[in-house]
Design a protein around this ligand. Structure first.
Ligand code: SF4
Length: 707
């Protein structure tokens, strides 16, 4: 690795936006890409290069507030502790819930999970990462036995064929896209699978613009075709996999021929066959998948349909070959490590991992550890709405904008007996409902670690003074834990101590049967933690600085399942949760735009990030412009079954399939009160992963101005 150029003026840290996890050299008034960071080698995208423009702002929350009044920290901590204590006493631990965020650092995530699940005893801890990658998590677990991304970013460059499924990487993972594009220029092929033409599909040698919701059909058809053309790795299947025959049989029933696939996916048979032939012929093939796969009522099945094809060809964990889940958030992976999802525990374990509950309880010396899974995000807010959850602590996220059926979520927030919100921003759609507001440190003001899509742990380092009145999340949580009487288990003075404990737990009782192991980092000194270079888990070797990282997993064909074999999973092509009809004839696709992040609470501070797209819009196929009597450039409103609309400027775009529209997810009430994409998304979720179907809503469209 090259020397990283941290100097007294410039601090090596990590970008807080997407899951690429780029290294940044930051000063208060400037940032540049870190050439020494393996994720980006010095590159930054537009959002990353404007980071310094977003670190200050008039909208900072600078003092704790209770019932709208500024209070001292000691009072705020006491009020939070008291609300939790009374709720647990009167209604049991399950009346308390935490809703966390992929923006939190691993240390924050770990201690929040420990307090809620381990000491308050509530299982109801979920995270906004539920919205971005929980289907991939569930699919990995079904196929491999543990939630692991087998490969690394380099594989996307080494692949002779890169399949991008449900990913507009050019806008959502821009630096990774730049790496892919450079590799494409040197002659490698790209296939894009996406119902829309995007900046990413422009690069593709083949764009399969399929009917939304038919990805499983396409990949089931691929499995059948590979079998029928003698393109399977039969020896690999025999030696390392279970479930092939049943999986093939279900796939054949679903996708008996190329013509059936072409008809179902609304593609040309010749294009389907070309894709299948390229996949069969190209040993070094990576299929990278993202929200277009995950955000579906069948997201887990879709991801497994992809993984099935890689297992059947023995293309897992080899250079330039494997399935690759692209995560959305900067620390979605760190949240998975510490058990930030409602169905997971600490140390990357699930509740159903044998011995997991006891292992964690012993390590934490906890007598109250929640014994089973809690509510996933959509159900969690329903429980708040019902009044079953009375105290909700939201940290670093804005569910009033991002969760499906925003109106219902706002009702839940308004009804919540005690809503606690930790944020660095004073005014978000969610803080507006808070009973207790806790000012948290933002990017550049706190220390910790994040883990990106390729399992690479990177330091986020402080390079700005912490404003008076503001505290890092880990410290706020620690103080509440101590006020609740758990000081013996929460006696942390700095984030490095929390990280060491997290690392030690990954090795505790782990006889090698679990992949996630960073116990080699459990004895880092404060100085070693401070100097920690990006490193990919799992780690082997114990001496500080002498550990070995792992670029690829499962290269030896052994998997963390009871018999060491991977599992192909039979999957049918389940239809989306809703279908267009006469009342709601359009399919709504939602997604990110290039220069904004999530609900704009940070990126909106940099005016230049509005140059790309300055206002909410609705992308509509030209045919539908005529059908719905719209005027290009004028305002129109989409209305779906939740009865709340999305108003935006009509953009005519042949990039859409007729009958389908696209809207951006970012605008919040502060910037455009009538442009919440979440109003168009029904709270329909994948029954396995709990991930909402954000890529398939239904709506009708009417102009605000008629001709
Ligand atoms: Fe940040 Fe992602 Fe852009 Fe990298 S690609 S600079 S991590 S937003």
């Amino acid at each position: 690795m090259k020397n990283r150029r941290t100097t007294p003026e410039s601090t090596a840290t990590t970008c807080p936006y997407c899951g690429v996890g780029c290294g940044v050299l930051a000063k208060p008034d400037a940032v540049q890409g870190d050439v020494g960071h393996p994720a980006n080698n010095g590159r930054l995208c537009v959002k990353g290069s404007a980071l310094h423009e977003t670190v200050t702002g008039h909208d900072r929350l600078l003092a704790p507030r209770v019932a709208g009044h500024n209070v001292e920290w000691s009072e705020a901590i006491d009020r939070v502790a008291e609300a939790i204590r009374v709720s647990v006493r009167d209604h049991g631990p399950e009346s308390v819930a935490f809703y966390l965020s992929g923006q939190l650092l691993t240390e924050d995530y770990y201690i929040a999970n420990k307090l809620a699940k381990g000491f308050i005893g509530t299982p109801h801890v979920d995270t906004n990462s539920r919205l971005c990658m929980s289907s991939a998590v569930a699919a990995h677990k079904r196929a491999f036995g543990e939630d692991c991304v087998p490969g690394c970013y380099e594989d996307l460059e080494l692949a002779d064929l890169l399949v991008l499924a449900g990913s507009n990487a050019a806008w959502t993972h821009p630096v990774l896209y730049q790496r892919i594009k450079a590799s494409h220029r040197s002659g490698r092929k790209v296939v894009a699978i996406d119902p829309r033409q995007t900046a990413t599909t422009e690069m593709a040698d083949l764009h399969l613009q399929l009917r939304p919701g038919t990805d499983t059909l396409l990949f089931n058809g691929l499995l059948v075709w590979l079998n029928d053309h003698g393109a399977l790795a039969t020896q690999y299947l025999e030696q390392h996999c279970n479930g092939f025959e049943e999986t093939l049989s279900v796939a054949r029933a679903c996708a008996p021929s190329i013509l059936a696939v072409a008809r179902g996916c609304d593609l040309r048979a010749v294009d389907v066959e070309r894709f299948y032939r390229w996949f069969a012929e190209t040993d070094r093939t990576v299929t990278a998948f993202s929200q277009g796969i995950n955000q579906s009522v069948a997201g887990t099945d879709k991801a497994n349909a992809i993984i099935n094809c890689h297992l059947a060809t023995g293309r897992v964990g080899r250079p330039g070959a494997g399935p690759f889940s692209l995560t959305g958030q900067p620390n979605a992976m760190g949240g998975r490590e510490v058990g930030g999802l409602a169905n997971t525990l600490a140390a990357h374990m699930d509740y159903d991992t044998p011995g997991a509950v006891q292992r964690v309880a012993d390590f934490w010396h906890s007598e109250k550890l929640a014994a089973g899974p809690g509510y996933k995000a959509v159900d969690l807010f329903e429980a708040v709405h019902r009044g079953d959850i009375r105290v909700l602590w939201v940290m670093g996220t804005n569910p009033a904008v991002s969760l499906p059926d925003s109106t219902r979520v706002r009702e839940a927030l308004a009804r919540c007996e005690t809503l606690i919100v930790s944020d660095c921003v004073a005014q978000t759609d969610t803080t507006a409902y808070a009973d207790i507001l806790l000012p948290a440190a933002g990017w550049g003001e706190k220390d910790g670690t994040v883990t990106n899509s390729e399992r690479c742990i990177s330091r986020q380092r402080r390079f700005l003074p912490v404003p008076e009145g503001v505290r890092p999340d880990w410290r706020i949580i620690r103080d509440v834990a101590q006020a609740l009487g758990y000081g013996h288990a929460f006696d942390y003075q700095e984030p490095a101590e929390i990280f060491r404990e997290h690392a030690a737990l990954s090795g505790y009782g782990n006889g090698g049967e679990r992949v996630f192991d960073i116990s080699a980092l459990a004895k880092l000194s404060p100085a070693e933690y401070d100097r920690l270079q990006p490193v990919q888990w799992p780690l082997t070797g114990g001496n500080p600085g002498a550990w070995l990282q792992t670029r690829r997993l499962f290269s030896d064909g052994r998997f963390p399942t009871p018999d060491g074999r991977a599992r192909l999973v039979p999957v049918s092509n389940l239809p989306p949760g809703q279908q267009p009809d006469a009342r709601y004839p359009l399919i709504v696709n939602t997604g990110r735009i290039r220069d904004q992040w999530h609900t704009m609470t940070r990126t909106a501070r940099a005016p230049r990030l509005f140059a790309h797209r300055s206002e909410p819009f609705i992308e509509v196929h030209p045919k539908d412009i005529a059908t719905f009597g719209l005027i290009e450039g004028a305002l129109a409103t989409l209305t779906g079954p939740t009865r709340k609309g999305f108003t935006g400027r009509v953009r005519a775009s042949a990039a859409q399939r007729p009958g389908e529209v696209f809207v951006p997810i970012h605008w919040n009430r502060q910037f455009a009160s009538s442009a919440l994409a979440s109003n168009l998304i029904a709270p329909i979720v994948d029954p396995i992963s709990g991930q909402p179907e954000a890529k398939f809503g239904v709506a009708t469209l009417r102009p605000l101005i008629t001709r």
